[in-house]
Design a protein around this ligand. Structure first.
Ligand code: KIV
Ligand code: NA
Length: 259
């Protein structure tokens, strides 16, 4: 069953929502087989797949390429497409870019910050919107936790409420104190999805490359369930060793159909 804003709403407070990012077709295929209810084609693709220093280098064309690949791998899963930096600068510009992500295969779009006029405009034109507050990497000056003082916490809570009020159906909370994650989750009617926001959110999201151990740096709040970079290195060494030793390919055995 493909989830919708309505079914995610129904999960709030009952069934924790497990979201993973996905950028490529084979990964999307595996996540769909695993029953992951929602995939995020995040602009983190710029950092974890493309080697950029920040998410600000990511373009709408990059996102369209990756949304298409994920959709082809996961035809029956709700896919959120991230609006890249500056493509949501005003309501009409945001609508134009959101429609391109939807045309590429996204079911909904995500944007950073309490941009109420933008969110309202997208929702009024039939586009489902996911919000994102706390640490918002497109504009963040540092990657330290947000909302540690009471004044800052009040601002994050106010932004979360403004995003809900504008019509978003889900909200990503990034890198905030656990108590603030719990407070926002208890206050909002829409489901919250945390990344470094504590265990009390309605769901959790991880960057798939972080979860896979595919990379050289992982944020402290992520978790590695495998070490794919090590596996890749082992594969490359094994292959190179067999080529050097002329053990690969073994043409005679393959041609005889015995391998
Ligand atoms: O781009 C992304 O992957 C994200 C998540 C970290 C929430 O926005
Ligand atoms: Na993002």
């Amino acid at each position: 069953m493909k989830h919708s804003p309505r079914t995610f709403q129904a999960m709030k407070g009952h069934i924790p929502i497990a979201m993973l990012t996905a950028y490529i077709c084979p990964v999307a295929r595996a996540l769909e087989r695993a029953g992951i209810p929602v995939m995020l084609v995040g602009d983190t693709v710029g950092m974890v797949e493309m080697g950029f220093e920040s998410t600000r280098e990511v373009t709408i064309e990059h996102m369209i390429y990756h949304v298409g690949a994920v959709r082809r791998g996961a035809p029956d899963t709700h896919i959120i497409g991230d609006l890249p930096f500056n493509t949501d600068r005003d309501p009409d510009t945001a609508l134009w870019h959101a429609r391109r992500l939807i045309a590429a295969g996204a079911d909904s779009v995500k944007l950073e910050g309490a941009k109420q006029d933008v969110i309202r405009h997208l929702v009024a034109h039939g586009i489902a919107v996911v919000g994102h507050t706390g640490l918002t990497p497109q504009t963040a000056k540092s990657f330290t936790k947000v909302g540690r003082t009471e004044q800052e916490a009040q601002q994050v809570l106010a932004d979360a409420l403004a995003i809900e009020e504008a019509g978003a159906f889900m909200l990503v909370l990034e890198h905030i104190p656990h108590a603030l994650g719990a407070r926002i989750t208890g206050t909002l009617r829409i489901p919250t999805i945390g990344i470094g926001a504590g265990p009390d959110c309605d769901g959790q999201v991880l960057v798939i490359n972080d979860a896979l151990g595919l990379g050289d740096y992982w944020p402290p709040f992520s978790r590695q369930y495998a070490y794919a970079s090590q596996t890749l290195e082992q594969v490359a060494r094994a292959f190179a060793g067999e080529v050097a030793a002329k053990e690969f390919p073994d043409n005679i055995i393959r041609l005889a159909g015995k391998a």
